[in-house]
Design a protein around this ligand. Structure first.
Ligand SMILES: Nc1nc2c(ncn2[C@@H]2O[C@H](COP(=O)(O)OP(=O)(O)OP(=O)(O)O)[C@@H](O)[C@H]2O)c(=O)[nH]1
Ligand SMILES: [Zn+2]
Length: 306
């Protein structure tokens, strides 16, 4: 039978079969699907084939179906191994706040670049709408138009007052969604509002910063009562963003991707080249300067603290 891996503890995997039964499974044989070495062959979100054991309570995973995408975290040691955190994500949400705490544009852009690199559609959820003054609402509009123009849908909510959460439920329904955001933006508050009765156990996957030793921390998918799954992760900084080649960076900004075909040189870096369509758009105000600044900052590998 076929199923979805919804939890992993390293040696055991909880698989929800298409018939709706949850079976604890072990792995049979080896699975080699990636060109990188991974510490865990199977992760939450994987679609697998399962053969039930005679007791019908446990099973063996005998096949792994191709992934449409996956996110990894690099090992902290030098073994060059990576841990697959989750697979087959339909979308990634970044929870953002404009105040207390303020999420910087640079942080948002780095998240979006990472999501592009992983080929996961990203959406921005602006939280704490209840705190906004009139002036704040204007800034919110500016922020949202920057990202809407770049092709990223934006939503505003108040997790605490449960404002606009129906909109979020609609987006989440029947999808596998990664939820990220830096500390204090209200991620737990929002998730708890969406998962009534299930207090989020944050310790499980948030202690990723351990140094020196290889640890096995695994993501868990939370089943939404209205259909779909949430995968909670800490900020993208901890996500072990893989190295992005400089020449690939432009295509990870959708609006730059659209322009760069018109640059005079096919290997244009969009920094100071003559005939650069990106610089021309920037000068004409058709490309958002904060987005271009982030492009440059990532290109030159300056850390933008969020
Ligand atoms: N005013 C207001 N406060 C909120 C809202 N959502 C969350 N908060 C508050 O913001 C603070 C941080 O919320 P959390 O849900 O713990 O934030 P988090 O992103 O999970 O942060 P960590 O637990 O550090 O990962 C808490 O004091 C919440 O009560 C909101 O919509 N409006
Ligand atoms: Zn160019």
């Amino acid at each position: 039978m076929e199923g979805l891996v919804i939890k992993s503890t390293g040696s055991w995997y909880e698989v929800l079969t298409d018939e709706g039964k949850t079976i604890n499974c072990r792995i049979k044989g080896k699975f080699r699907t990636l060109d990188i070495k991974t510490t865990n062959p199977i992760a939450v979100g994987d679609r697998v084939r399962v053969e039930p054991e005679p007791d019908q309570e446990t099973g063996l995973i005998t096949a792994l179906h191709p992934r449409k995408n996956y996110i990894i975290r690099k090992s902290v040691n030098l073994s060059k191994q990576a841990q697959i955190i989750a697979a087959n994500l339909d979308q990634a949400f970044l929870i953002v706040t404009l105040a207390s705490p303020r999420t910087s544009l640079g942080f948002i852009d780095r998240f979006l670049v990472t999501a592009e690199a992983y080929e996961i559609p990203a959406k921005l959820i602006f939280n704490k709408l209840d705190l906004f003054s009139e002036e704040g609402l204007e800034i919110l509009e500016q922020y949202q138009s920057i990202y809407e123009n770049a092709g990223y849908p934006c939503y505003s909510v108040s997790a605490i007052k449960e404002t606009n959460l129906d909109q979020i439920r609609d987006l989440l329904k029947d999808k596998v969604t990664l939820v990220s955001g830096h500390s204090g933006v209200g991620k737990s508050t929002l998730i708890n509002a969406l998962l009534p009765g299930k207090e989020l156990k944050t310790g499980e996957i948030s202690d990723w910063s351990d140094k020196g030793k290889h640890t096995t921390t695994f993501a868990e998918m939370f089943q939404l009562p209205f259909g779909g799954y949430l995968i909670d992760t800490p900020g993208i900084r901890e996500l072990g963003v893989f190295d992005i080649e400089k020449q690939d960076l432009g295509r990870l900004f959708p609006e730059i991707r659209k322009l760069m075909g018109n640059c005079r040189f096919h290997n244009c870096r969009h920094i100071n080249e003559p005939g650069c369509a990106v610089l021309e758009a920037l000068e004409k105000g058709k490309l958002e300067s904060s987005r271009y600044d982030s492009y440059l900052s990532i290109y030159h590998d300056n850390e933008t603290r969020g």
